[in-house]
Design a binder for this molecule. Structure first.
Ligand code: MLC
Ligand code: AMP
Length: 529
């Protein structure tokens, strides 16, 4: 590792050995995700596609009473669901909030929406009312398909006109179409497909609008680079509301015509059982998941898979090596974002370098900003812009010095080795990544500042072996008060923030460090010795 951009290329693109060897990238016709999926799933309709987590994991497909949803059943169910969504009045371009623990119903609801041209807003099920209210006010969905207790009432209180049903469409009504029914899979490549909420480099969560072509490019890039075929079977325990589980795990499975065992929530034992019981070939996880697997007595089972992929947060070189020793195989680390699906990946063939995220995926071009090393990217996978935020969209892109297409600013800082391997060396954006979930510090500051014993507060991420980074709150205590302990502050903020955003430690401080403009300099916050 050169540790700098030294003699390394400033601008480079995919050279995945044996895959494509150039940045040119043709999307499969007709250039839409739904078109590519149906093409992959129509042949051999009896092949198993998705296993529902509600079915006992030890029941294998060969047992007959298996719980697997076949390709044909999935296409039929998504078509039938699309007809019902259309009959309920939903039309292409309408936003639909979708949220639930992983299940085949959730996958069917998601795909049915996309086949109808609706725009899915995948939503984290641990959101509290204020977080949900922000999403609803921002993208004004017409419907919500949700499986969490209490959410139907909550959503209807937020918007009385919202059509609310479960992902199995209970509550939607059985209205028949009055106009001959919908045309399925009629969307074009540039039509919006998903709005993914992310804080981007600054500010409150914004909706990243990804088109059918963006999502297809994202899934196709990893399908090609990771040699994903219809013989593969993925154990998919990542939640289906973020790019990792949804845009890679589910979308890639459907594109490859492969199969996946869905798991609602993460349990290392259940993952390892499923690998064996279902002859899995693939596992994808965030580093926290690998951390919990690394010391498991059956961790060597991972070595029997064709491929294990890590991403969403840095996989430490130490954990990479421990896993390699325990399993005899190297985890493949890759780098992605909500706005871009996947960007850079260690090679399938060739060195999977600990501490590096690898080389650009097919279709992706990357360069480092000359002033500071921010990673800039472009390609067919890069999103269309933030929902109704023209200024934030404009700020997110940098002009090309040679007059070509603009580059998306990732907010991540990189360094490139002489042989083109990228390492992420820091972040230009204010972001904490805990267990693969993004925490925007200002949002946590604002919630904690409401506590009467808190005069001022700033949170930052500190390194954690388990979580990657942990949220810590530095508190200036209000006159006449004691510093609230972490349990008190967590309970206080619990009604406003999803649990993964709550601080895991509280540090009293006399004054927050600030720069000349009075802005808190979070990087100067230090844990006491
Ligand atoms: C759960 N908790 C967390 C947490 N997840 N706290 C901090 N950070 C997290 N990530 C809280 C719980 O609410 C609970 O709090 C307590 O920690 C203990 O929970 P747990 O049972 O140990 O956690 P668990 O449910 O096992 O969740 C851990 C996890 C989960 C790693 C499985 O966080 C997870 O699924 N992470 C994946 C995130 C993901 O998919 N990211 C992809 C982003 S896409 P309490 O107080 O209620 O007890 C992206 C692009 C890309 O970034 O490149 O992929
Ligand atoms: P999100 O906005 O949730 O999509 O998170 C995207 C961010 O996750 C990126 O901008 C990176 O900061 C981070 N990220 C994703 N994959 C990796 C990785 N392999 N190593 C380091 N950071 C990563």
């Amino acid at each position: 590792m050169s540790g700098s951009t030294g003699g390394a290329p400033r601008h480079w693109s995919a050279h995945v050995p044996g895959a494509e060897g150039s940045s040119t990238f043709d999307l499969p016709e007709p250039g839409t995700l739904v078109g590519a999926w149906t093409a992959a799933l129509i042949p051999e309709p009896d092949r198993p596609l998705l296993l529902d987590p509600s079915v006992a994991p030890s029941v294998a497909p060969s047992d007959g009473a298996d719980g697997w949803t076949t390709r044909g059943a999935f296409l039929d169910r998504t078509a039938a669901a699309a007809v019902r969504l259309h009959a309920a009045g939903l039309r292409p371009g309408d936003r639909v909030l979708v949220s639930g623990p992983s299940s085949v119903d959730l996958a069917v609801a998601h795909v049915a929406c996309l086949r109808l041209g609706l725009v899915v807003v995948p939503t984290n099920g641990s959101y509290m009312e204020a977080e949900l209210a922000h999403v609803v006010a921002d993208c004004t969905p017409s419907a919500a398909l949700v499986d969490h207790d209490g959410w139907a009432d909550l959503l209807q209180a937020l918007d009385g006109d919202l059509l609310v049903a479960t992902t199995s469409l209970d509550g939607l009504g059985d209205g028949a179409a009055t106009d001959g029914g919908p045309v399925l899979d009629a969307v074009g490549p540039d039509d919006p497909a998903i709005i993914g909420y992310t804080s981007g480099t600054t500010g409150r969560p914004k909706g990243a609008v990804l088109t059918q072509a963006n999502l297809l490019a994202g899934a196709q890039a990893v399908r090609v680079a990771w040699r994903w075929t219809d013989a593969d079977r993925l154990v998919l325990c990542l939640p289906l509301f973020h790019m990792h589980g949804l845009g890679v795990g589910l979308h890639g499975t459907l594109l490859a015509g492969a199969s996946a065992v869905l798991q609602a929530g993460y349990d290392p034992d259940a993952v390892l059982d499923a690998l064996v019981d279902h002859d899995a070939t693939l596992f994808f996880g965030v580093p926290t998941m690998y951390h919990r697997l690394a010391d498991h007595e059956r961790v060597s089972l991972l070595g029997g898979l064709r491929l294990c992929v890590a991403g969403s947060a840095p996989l430490s070189a130490d954990l990479h090596r421990r896993l390699a020793e325990a399993t005899g195989a190297a985890v493949l680390e890759r780098y992605g974002m909500t706005e871009t699906v996947m960007l850079v990946s260690n090679p399938y063939d060739g060195e999977r370098r600990p501490g590096s995220v690898g080389i650009p995926l097919p279709g992706v071009e990357a360069r480092l900003d000359a002033d500071g090393g921010e990673i800039l990217v472009r390609g067919p996978n890069v999103f269309a812009g933030y929902w109704e935020r023209p200024e934030a969209t404009a700020e997110a892109f940098a002009d090309d010095p040679d007059g070509g297409d603009p580059w998306f600013r990732t907010g991540d800082l990189g360094a490139v080795d002489d042989d083109g391997y990228l390492s992420i060396v820091g972040r230009a954006k204010e972001l904490i990544i805990s267990g693969g979930f993004n925490v925007y510090p200002r949002e946590v500051d604002d919630a904690l500042a409401l506590h009467p014993a808190v005069a001022e507060v700033a949170v930052a991420g500190v390194p954690s072996e388990e979580w990657g980074e942990e949220v810590v709150a530095w508190v200036v205590v209000a006159d006449g008060h004691e510093c609230p302990d972490v349990g008190v502050l967590r309970d206080f903020a619990r009604d406003h923030l999803a649990a993964y955003k709550l601080p895991r430690r509280v540090v009293p401080i006399d004054a927050l460090p600030r720069n000349a403009l009075g802005k808190v300099t979070r990087h100067e916050l230090r844990l006491p010795d």
